[in-house]
Structures are given as structure tokens and as C-alpha cells.
Design a protein around this ligand. Structure first.
Ligand SMILES: [Zn+2]
Length: 238
């Protein structure tokens, strides 16, 4: 129903737009501290042995600990490393941690506590942003599995590439709001299908397949964003 136009190269260009993941642990203004790659062994305030997976020391002062660079985003948000996440649980965990670690709560505490709470809080924020969307979650999981998708990586599936080019051409050719509202769900279905295939591949620990699916997801997400932008512009114009 949508005519293909002539912008065949668009898909390749669109897929190259970077998805910001943020560096894994260089999330705050104090990157150097995170780079040491050593886990703190004892509490900076009371010197007790600490839980490497915790945010606080168990001592009576409820001391906030520095970031442990060995923890990944899943561990930080207290969930299993899986592509299929319970987003309600993720959100609950995020809110709870943000309340506990909010720098305002440490404004009367020593400078060290203020710095650590700001670091932890920003790390929790980055973890949540990354794990919330299937695309950034997938990219992050590939990164953890040493299969990072570098900027500019394109799909190697020629049939898929032709399909996505046609979709981009179709979107370019659309002129009415009505056609746009029909086009969007088509793309969203493709996103869902791609996400499902990626989930199955991650589940089977087949990172090669997961990587291809995440690459394809990147194209569809870009296409969806373009369609939404176009719809918004049409809304404003009408
Ligand atoms: Zn302590």
C-alpha cells in the first residue's frame, strides 16, 4: 500500500545513528574513581567488611558506599541478567533505590557520603535508562558478552536490508496523517517480532543471532522514531 521511493541509502544511514548507552561505569563526573576496577572491601567510615553487592554499610550510621565497578546494571537494579525483564519490577526497584540514594538525603553528611550518593544515584539512573528499552538493553547485553555492536555496524541480511529500505522509502512517500497512523503499527509489529526473536536468542545464549536481531531492531526503532516525528509534524501543521 505504500509506494517505494528512491532513497535507498536511507536505511543504512538511519541505522548508523548511535544509540547512547553511556559508558558502562563511567557514569558520573568522577569517572576516575570508577576506573580503578577494584571493589571496596571495607566501609570507609567504620572499617567493617562490606557486602560488595550493597549500597550501604550495615553499620548504625547507614553509611553509603562508593560504587563497586564490578557490578553490572542488572546487579545494580537487583534483577537477573535476562533480556526478558519485568518492567514493573524494574521500575519499582529503580524508584526504591533513587529514594534511598538521592543526594539530598546526604546533604548533612560528610563530603565523602555526598560524593558517593551522587555517584550511586547517577549509576542507578544510567542502569535504569539502559535496561528500560529493549534496544539499549540488548546492546548492553551484547557488550557484556563481548559482542558489542559498534557504531556503523549494519545488518548482513540482504533481504532484511531491502525490506527496511522499502519501508523507509514508503515513509518518505507518505503525505497524509491517515497513512502515517496506518504505517506506525506496521513498524511497531516489526519491532515486537524482532524483540521476540532477540529474546529467544538471548535465552538460548546464541549471541550471534541475538546480535543480528538487535542490529535489525536498531533499524526499526529508527524508522519508528522517524514516523513518530513525521506524525508530530503533521499534527502541528494541521
Ligand atoms: Zn560502616
Amino acid at each position: 500500500m505504500f509506494r517505494a521511493g528512491c532513497h535507498r541509502m536511507f536505511a543504512a544511514v538511519a541505522a548508523r545513528q548511535p544509540v547512547c548507552l553511556g559508558p558502562v561505569f563511567h557514569t558520573s563526573r568522577s569517572a576516575a574513581r570508577h576506573c580503578s576496577n577494584t571493589s571496596p572491601q571495607s566501609c570507609w567510615s567504620c572499617d567493617d567488611t562490606i557486602d560488595a553487592e550493597g549500597f550501604f554499610c550495615g553499620c548504625e550510621k547507614n553509611v553509603v558506599l562508593p560504587v563497586n565497578p564490578k557490578r553490572d546494571y542488572f546487579s545494580i537494579l537487583g534483577c537477573t541478567r535476562s533480556f526478558t525483564l519485568d518492567s514493573a519490577e524494574l521500575q519499582k526497584s529503580f524508584r526504591r533505590l533513587q529514594t534511598q540514594l538521592h543526594p539530598d538525603k546526604f546533604s548533612n553528611q560528610p563530603q565523602q557520603a555526598q560524593t558517593y550518593s551522587a555517584d550511586q544515584s547517577s549509576l542507578v539512573n544510567n542502569a535504569f535508562q539502559t535496561l528500560s528499552s529493549p534496544l539499549s538493553r540488548g546492546l548492553y547485553m551484547l557488550q557484556l558478552g563481548n559482542m558489542a555492536v559498534e557504531d556503523g555496524t549494519t545488518s548482513t541480511d540482504q533481504t532484511f536490508l531491502m525490506h527496511v529500505m522499502d519501508l523507509n522509502d514508503s515513509l518518505d512517500a507518505i503525505e497524509s496523517e491517515q497513512d502515517l497512523t496506518e504505517f506506525l503499527p506496521e513498524v511497531q509489529e516489526l519491532i515486537e517480532s524482532c524483540t521476540g526473536k532477540a529474546a529467544a536468542a538471548f535465552e538460548q545464549e546464541n549471541l550471534e543471532v541475538a546480535r543480528e536481531q538487535i542490529c535489525q531492531l536498531k533499524y526499526f526503532v529508527n524508522l519508528e522514531r522517524r514516523a513518530k516525528d513525521k506524525l508530530l509534524a503533521a499534527d502541528i501543521a494541521s
